[in-house]
Write a protein that binds this ligand. Structure first.
Ligand SMILES: NC(=O)c1ccc[n+]([C@@H]2O[C@H](COP(=O)([O-])OP(=O)(O)OC[C@H]3O[C@@H](n4cnc5c(N)ncnc54)[C@H](O)[C@@H]3O)[C@@H](O)[C@H]2O)c1
Length: 333
């Protein structure tokens, strides 16, 4: 099988890292072609690292005609326009979370992917950690019984929150927000993976209290209450500006409970702890994810965990969360 010819758009932050992972850790599957960043210095630096061509205009880059796939890591407001352009140019797309800035951008991207016949793959590295994968197997086995309570938390202090430089993240019209759509995406993605779609959301968000040095108009903390069609309920707590850091999913069922932070997994049936042996990981989660993207392209089969169906559903929860916080009301999905 020939190698996937890959490029990347937006390489100054995590996009550069994802490209590095593709080139260095997936060299049996992928070969680098070119990179693009509208900051010419960044484009040049990353292009030199991989001895590929640099572009500053994403349209010109997507029209090269010698690539199969592109990695994208951009300010959120750009995804609708850049993802659809790349798909229309016949490229498979690996994009960073969140799926889109708005639900309407997300819908446009899903429709475009369907029409193009190309893969639109949404990154979310937690689903490739062995603790979370094992947790998912236990949940799906039904061993926990009926899940009546689900808790998810993501707390960390982002560097930009300390030095006060929020850049595009701190501007609502560029990012769409932070606590629900950005930091919160990671935990919503996990909870959705374990528990499926809620039927209603109630959310409250706050801002401008925890990082007084910074100028920003986005939510820096959020609490969401989730209601499920089976009568179960859940909560999500997300904050971008404080410590101690935490990324945790806890599920309580009629037969047992499960708790994981992605590194460890605790599992109880009744009051008895169960031994969980986590299999060694052949690849770190980010590498495993990139290899999964290659597999999706090579098989032509949309990913269940990283494909557009799940991505759109998580986007619906995000949208309901912000609407709920703004309207101070419970939103049915
Ligand atoms: N999976 C994760 O853990 C994780 C971590 C960080 C960021 N992210 C996501 O990755 C994305 C990017 O975040 P980041 O922290 O890397 O941001 P960043 O600001 O560090 O990097 C974005 C890059 O895009 C470039 N860019 C902006 N406009 C462009 C345009 N029109 N054409 C080409 N390049 C352009 C910028 O110059 C910059 O180099 C976001 O969606 C974010 O939510 C995910």
């Amino acid at each position: 099988m020939s190698k996937i010819r890959i490029g990347a758009i937006g390489v100054g932050g995590i996009g550069g890292h994802q490209f590095r992972v593709a080139v260095n850790n997936c060299s049996d599957l992928m070969q680098p072609v070119a990179v693009c960043d509208n900051n010419a210095e960044i484009a040049k630096r990353v292009a030199e690292e991989f001895k590929v061509e640099a572009h500053t205009d994403y349209k010109e880059f997507c029209k090269r005609g010698d690539m199969d796939a592109v990695i994208m890591a951009l300010p959120h407001y750009l995804y609708g326009e850049v993802v659809t352009f790349a798909l229309e140019c016949g490229l498979h797309v690996f994009k960073e979370k969140p799926f889109a800035k708005t639900l309407s951008d997300a819908k446009m991207m899903v429709d475009c992917a369907k029409k193009s016949g190309k893969q639109l793959f949404l990154a979310g590295q937690n689903k490739y950690s062995s603790a979370f994968i094992k947790g998912k197997e236990i949940v799906d086995s039904g061993a926990l019984g009926d899940l009546f309570l689900t808790r998810g938390a993501i707390i960390y202090r982002w560097g930009g929150a300390i030095d006060g430089n929020w850049s595009w993240r701190g501007v609502e019209k560029l990012s769409g927000g932070v606590a629900i759509i950005d930091a919160g995406w990671h935990i919503l993605d996990m909870v959705h993976w374990y528990r499926g779609m809620p039927s209603a959301v109630y959310a409250s968000t706050g801002a401008m209290k925890g990082a007084p040095k910074a100028e920003y108009d986005v939510d820096d903390k959020a609490v969401l209450i989730l209601e499920y069609p089976d009568g179960g309920i859940g909560s999500i707590v997300s904050c971008y500006i404080t410590l101690p850091g935490e990324m945790r999913v806890t599920l309580h069922g009629t037969n047992g409970c499960l708790d994981s932070n992605g590194g460890n997994l605790t599992y109880m049936i009744g009051e008895k702890s169960q031994e969980v042996t986590l299999p060694p990981q052949e690849f770190d989660p980010i590498t495993a994810q990139m290899r999964h993207f290659a597999d999706v392209i090579n098989t032509g089969k949309e990913s269940e965990i990283a494909g557009t169906k799940r991505a759109y559903e998580v986007m619906q929860i995000v949208d309901a969360g912000y609407r709920s916080a703004m309207e101070r009301t419970r939103i049915e999905i």
